[in-house]
Ligand binder design. Structure first.
Ligand code: CO
Length: 245
């Protein structure tokens, strides 16, 4: 199969970002390569990992057997692997704006299906974060465009819990509670997905967790909504969404 990766590359990347973009000769044409510093970082990272564990990449090349599926926000401050100290191969990841799980989102549902049926993960972690821009945008009534349709799912969460949210005077506290409620609702959606329901019907060990991350201190908090069988769904949801008084 012919592809760009197989084209002859005659000029190496520079190792010093200050020298600017590297120029490469590809099939007789000079091409500008931007972001050489990132490729350079990658080379150093791969070298360090290989030095620490020479079998690391050969082992990963044989396949992945992660125990965890992470459904998180696309926010650059919440990188799944790093904040829980997991290496490549240890967590299967799906991220979108504000960690939303919608039953008709075939992207998320396909990830869910692959993770549960093929990879046979044992845990699904829905992880939101305090100060989430997506949740904040949903809590304000500005209209931006296409994204309003996505944020509508969070506006539905806000509407569903408006009574409890209206009891919170402080704006930041109210936003953060909506971030938590959004995690709880999305974890609830995971529990009601056909994929998870079928796995539980087949008595497969599978737990759904709701966590939230603090970008201010780097700490994760368990929202105590962990569910490992269908009979626990209603009670876990009721306890987790209990209004704060
Ligand atoms: Co976010």
């Amino acid at each position: 199969m012919r592809g760009l990766a197989r084209l002859p590359i005659c000029v190496q990347y520079g190792t010093n970002p200050s020298v600017g973009p590297a120029v490469v000769l590809v099939n007789g044409f000079f091409r500008m390569r931007l972001l050489p510093e990132l490729i350079d970082n990658n080379r150093k990272w791969a070298e360090t990992v290989s030095q620490t564990d020479p079998d690391f990449f050969p082992k990963l090349a044989k396949g992945q057997t992660p125990e965890f599926l992470w459904i998180g926000c696309a926010d650059s401050r919440v990188p799944a692997n790093q904040i829980v100290g997991l290496m490549p191969g240890e967590v299967f990841v799906h991220r979108n704006i504000a960690n939303v799980v919608v039953h008709s989102d075939f992207n998320c549902q396909s990830v869910l299906e692959y993770a549960v049926k093929v990879l046979q993960v044992k845990h699904i972690i829905v992880c939101g974060h305090y100060g989430c821009g997506g949740v904040k945008a949903a809590s304000e009534n500005h209209h931006v465009g296409l994204i309003d349709n996505w944020l509508r799912h969070i506006r539905d969460v806000r509407a569903k819990h408006s009574q409890a949210l209206d009891m919170i005077d402080d704006d930041d506290d109210r936003l953060n509670r909506l971030c938590e409620l959004n995690v709880i609702e999305q974890a609830h959606n995971v529990c009601h997905s056909t994929v998870v329901q079928e796995a539980w019907d087949a008595n497969k060990p599978l737990a759904v967790h709701g966590w939230i991350y603090g970008v201010k201190d780097g700490l994760l908090h368990d929202l105590d909504v962990t569910i490992s069988k269908p009979t626990e769904v209603a009670e876990a949801y009721r306890v987790a969404t209990n209004p704060i008084v």
